[in-house]
Ligand binder design. Structure first.
Ligand code: NAD
Length: 235
């Protein structure tokens, strides 16, 4: 069977060689902070100023990083497959913008984006390139102090789940890249894909927690193994 519809799920590992730290590798800390402090609604309620500062720094740091060979190879795969009548949906758990800057189209950010914020009073979502603080005024409802990072924290519902699950059920190849397989629901996508008849492939530095669910696992750095795999698919 020729591969026509591919779903790619990416995680922090694909951006590691661009200089953005992953999560699990650092022992459950995110840039030296416990996950509960900076990636839960409870952490935000306890100290909104600290959490806003944390994401302000992550957002500002995007200016110092560039997409790597893996991001660029996936963008090439996407445009080539579309030109050949197929489709490639890139679903990322990452909150950085490196897929888009590598040339990918319509990236699905299931865990939100560093360069987006929203107002908890009126639910107005907006692009954001600068810092926010507990003094920021929502441009839509004018409330002060209700603007938070548009990041899906632990305990919150990921974005675009209906569209992602629909696409997974009809793809013929599901590929997971640079993710530890520890965070659900993304960690369960491979089982849905398999159940509906797709082939499944994992590209990661080490076997993920759900590695045994994949038909094939290739180990190595994303910057090397992703371009090699893309070349193979397009050959
Ligand atoms: P994770 O940190 O839990 O796991 C990263 C995985 O990538 C590990 O299995 C590791 O072995 C692998 N890896 C590390 N370096 C690699 C490389 N060079 N090539 C290939 N694989 C490599 O990441 P996760 O599974 O995405 O889950 C963490 C959560 O944290 C995500 O939901 C995400 O929102 C958030 N996060 C995002 C970023 C980002 O946007 N870049 C960074 C850190 C954390």
């Amino acid at each position: 069977m020729t591969t026509k519809n591919i779903i790619i799920l990416t995680g922090a590992g694909i951006s590691a060689e661009s200089g953005i730290k992953t999560f699990r590798d650092a022992g459950g800390l995110w840039e030296d902070h416990p996950v509960e402090q900076v990636a839960t609604p409870e952490g935000y309620a306890a100290d909104p100023a600290l959490v806003q500062r944390f994401y302000n720094l992550r957002r500002a740091a995007l200016k110092d990083v560039k997409p790597n060979a893996a991001h660029i190879a996936l963008a090439t795969l996407q445009s080539e497959m579309i030109a050949r009548g197929g489709d490639v949906m890139i679903v990322t758990q990452n909150v950085d913008d490196l897929h888009a800057r590598g040339g990918a189209q319509n990236v699905v950010h299931m865990h939100g984006e560093l360069k987006r914020v929203f107002c908890t009073a009126c639910d107005h979502h907006m692009d954001c390139d600068d810092d926010i603080s507990v003094e920021t005024t929502c441009p839509a409802c004018k409330t002060i102090g209700t603007t938070r990072p548009d990041i899906v924290w632990f305990g919150e519902i990921p974005y675009h789940m209906d569209a992602i699950e629909r696409a997974i059920k009809t793809c013929d190849l599901f590929v997971s890249i640079g993710t530890s397989g520890a965070v659900y629901p993304a960690a369960g996508f491979v089982q849905i894909a398999s159940h509906y008849g797709a082939k499944t492939l994992e590209l990661n530095l080490e076997p993920s927690q759900g590695s045994y669910h994949f038909d094939e696992t290739r180990l190595g750095k994303a910057g090397s193994i992703v371009p090699a795999w893309v070349e193979e698919i397009l050959a």
